[in-house]
Write a protein that binds this ligand. Structure first.
Ligand SMILES: [Zn+2]
Length: 367
């Protein structure tokens, strides 16, 4: 059985190792040491993602390994975090000046405790691979650069979801990034305004034509940044737009992306002297796992085995799971007992984290 005290200490230790995105070396060294001590063959790819392979009990390696994954980085403000435990001994939180970093340190602690406990208990283990990615926050860049030739697993669990471990994320959207540089014509606003073309006005025209917000029940879009102009008395020559489109339905995403392109083209036709340089690209693709998928059944079995009822949920955000899916690996996010991700109000619930460690142990134990 997992040890709640040890699990809590592991989590607090991990939270105290700063690891904002791009600065994962210290936590990586710490985790590499632990995984090697537990008997894993620890490797890194060129990006610095950590892959630890455990052969399984019979050592034959004949069975395809399962994946246990989490990410090593955190968002900011995430330096010098001081985790404190509420009087009830149940909830961990920061002092309010930083995030807690439960996302995704709780996920890592769950994997370590599940694995440690399984080894201690001596039950036969499935072959497994622990994948701890870098730079998940802000674009899944670690997973996108992961050397997948190191990963043999075809299914697994991603410990990076909100709330209880029984919450299994079976669908997530695709995201397209939308960026546009607009170049108009600068002119003195008082002396010769008729010779200028306002890049900000071009941008405003574009904005009013785009489908924005919640477009339908599985599609959203946003232009989150508009920059431009120079001075009060100059017709603005430059403007810049940065935004995104997301949908759980890839075909819808493609359609709305085409609608975006048409809106930009229409405005370009209205302002022949302006230059509109539009870039739209896929950040990650959508996934959706049917109820009967064996990888999902495998996770549900582990959740049910500790007396919880799995619930299948969809999300509006992407995670490493999207990238794994693109590479043929059905590894689904589950809850890690953490709430209010990416805020200074973030909390971690120790009972839920303990349950997740139990589920992790069940998942990797041979049945
Ligand atoms: Zn996360």
């Amino acid at each position: 059985m997992p040890d709640r005290q040890r699990l809590t200490e592991t989590l607090i230790d991990l939270i105290k190792i700063d690891s904002p995105t791009g600065e994962e070396d210290a936590i990586d060294a710490h985790l590499s040491g632990i995984l090697a001590y537990l008997g894993g063959v620890v490797r890194h790819d060129d990006y610095g993602n950590l892959v630890a392979t455990f052969p399984g009990s019979d050592g034959s390696g004949s069975q395809t390994p399962v994946m246990l994954s989490a990410h090593m980085d955190t968002v900011e403000p995430g330096r010098g975090i001081k985790p404190t435990l509420d009087a009830d001994g149940e909830t961990l939180r920061s002092d309010g000046t930083t995030i807690l970093g439960g996302d995704c340190k709780a996920g890592i602690a769950i994997v370590l405790e599940g694995l440690t406990s399984a080894i201690e208990d001596g039950a036969p283990l499935r072959p497994l691979q622990v994948v701890f990615s870098r730079a998940e926050e802000g674009g899944l860049n670690g997973a996108r650069n992961l050397n997948f030739s190191l990963v043999e697993a075809k299914s697994g669990m991603v410990f990076d979801g909100e709330g209880a471990v029984s919450r299994v994320c079976v669908g997530a959207p695709a995201q397209n990034i939308v960026q546009c540089h607009i170049t108009g014509v600068a002119a003195h606003a008082g002396l010769e305004p008729e010779n200028g073309v306002s890049a900000l006005l071009v941008a405003a025209n574009i904005l009013t034509r785009l489908p924005l917000g919640r477009i339908d029940h599985e599609t959203t879009s946003n232009i989150g940044l508009l920059e431009g102009g120079l001075k009060r008395n100059i017709i603005p020559e430059r403007a810049y737009l940065d935004g995104e489109l997301r949908s759980r339905d890839q075909a819808k995403l493609d359609n709305y992306t085409a609608e975006f392109r048409r809106a930009f083209d229409q405005v370009a036709a209205m302002y022949p002297k302006a230059e509109i340089e539009l870039n739209i690209w896929s950040q990650y693709r959508a996934y959706s796992v049917p109820e009967k998928d064996p990888a999902l059944a495998d996770i549900s079995r582990a959740v049910s085995s500790i007396g919880l009822t799995p619930t299948m949920e969809t999300t509006g955000g992407g995670s490493d799971a999207n990238v794994f899916f693109e590479h043929g690996i059905v590894a689904l996010p589950v809850g890690i007992g953490v709430r209010d991700f990416h805020t200074t109000r973030e909390t971690a619930n120790l009972s839920e984290i303990y349950d997740a460690a139990r589920v992790c142990q069940e998942y990797i134990s041979l049945k």
